[in-house]
Ligand binder design. Structure first.
Ligand code: PEP
Length: 232
């Protein structure tokens, strides 16, 4: 099981350091891999505070070039130099607000893996796509640009469930995960309004290998409770 906390654009360096100190001291279960994904500016503090622990630090995105004229972007090599262990790629907020496409997601994923980072690549349908009966087509298209790799994990994040409090039913998650696993042989995380009170049921589905958690990862107590629910 892997539980990843996506902080989005929350927690600058001092808040991140304080959170990581509390997380370091929290009672986290054995057998569950735990990672946090702070904003770029807070990565160094998170890496420093979590050094020597089992808790990994991931970025939220990563460019495909080693360096170059790409204002506002950060490369995999730069993240590695900071001691960052992996990165999220293709989050739906990147796809929705920043023009990320299947093609750029593939390029970012490939470059990050080649540089030695672990990758959580996000896929998932919008509400309109689900209502139009296009869920399977969308997932197949998004997954088709990814190649299995031992450092790759896919996160199934139905866009209608992200930050909305509307969680996919365990059956919806199970069906989508089973589809993804039939297309690519990697672990699959569920993301979309995972909270301490729904985590155990979602994590109990056979094709669910963990969770990508947004809002509920910003509080140490609720994040640790989700990690604990993943073990049971
Ligand atoms: C996310 O940011 O990937 C996410 C799933 O957010 P939330 O848990 O807040 O829905």
């Amino acid at each position: 099981m892997l539980i990843a906390g996506n902080w989005k654009m929350f927690k600058g360096p001092s808040d991140a350091a304080a959170f990581c100190r509390d997380l370091r001291d929290a009672d986290l279960p054995d057998g569950v891999d735990v990672v946090v994904c702070p904003p770029y500016v807070s990565l160094a503090d998170a890496v420093q505070v979590l050094a020597g622990t089992e808790i990994g630090v991931f970025a939220q995105n990563c460019h495909w070039a080693e360096d170059g004229a790409f204002t506002g972007e950060v490369s995999a090599g730069m993240l590695r130099e900071l001691g960052v262990y992996g990165t999220i790629v293709g989050h739906s907020e990147r796809r929705q607000y920043f023009g990320e496409t299947d093609e750029t997601v593939a390029k970012r994923t490939e470059a990050a893996l080649a540089a030695g980072l672990h990758v959580i690549a996000c896929v998932g349908e919008t509400e309109a796509e689900r209502e139009a009966g296009e869920t399977e087509t969308v997932i197949r298209r998004q997954v088709s640009v990814l190649d299995a790799d031992e450092s790759l994990v896919v996160a199934y994040e139905p866009v209608w469930a992200i930050g909305t409090g509307k969680t996919a039913t365990p059956q919806i998650a199970q069906d989508a995960h089973a589809l993804i696993k039939s297309l690519i042989d990697v672990p699959v995380l569920y993301g979309g309004s995972v909270k301490p009170d729904n985590a155990a049921e979602l994590m109990g589905q056979p094709a669910v290998d963990g969770a990508l958690v947004g809002g509920a990862s910003l509080d140490v107590e609720s994040f640790a409770a989700i990690c604990t629910a993943a073990r049971t």
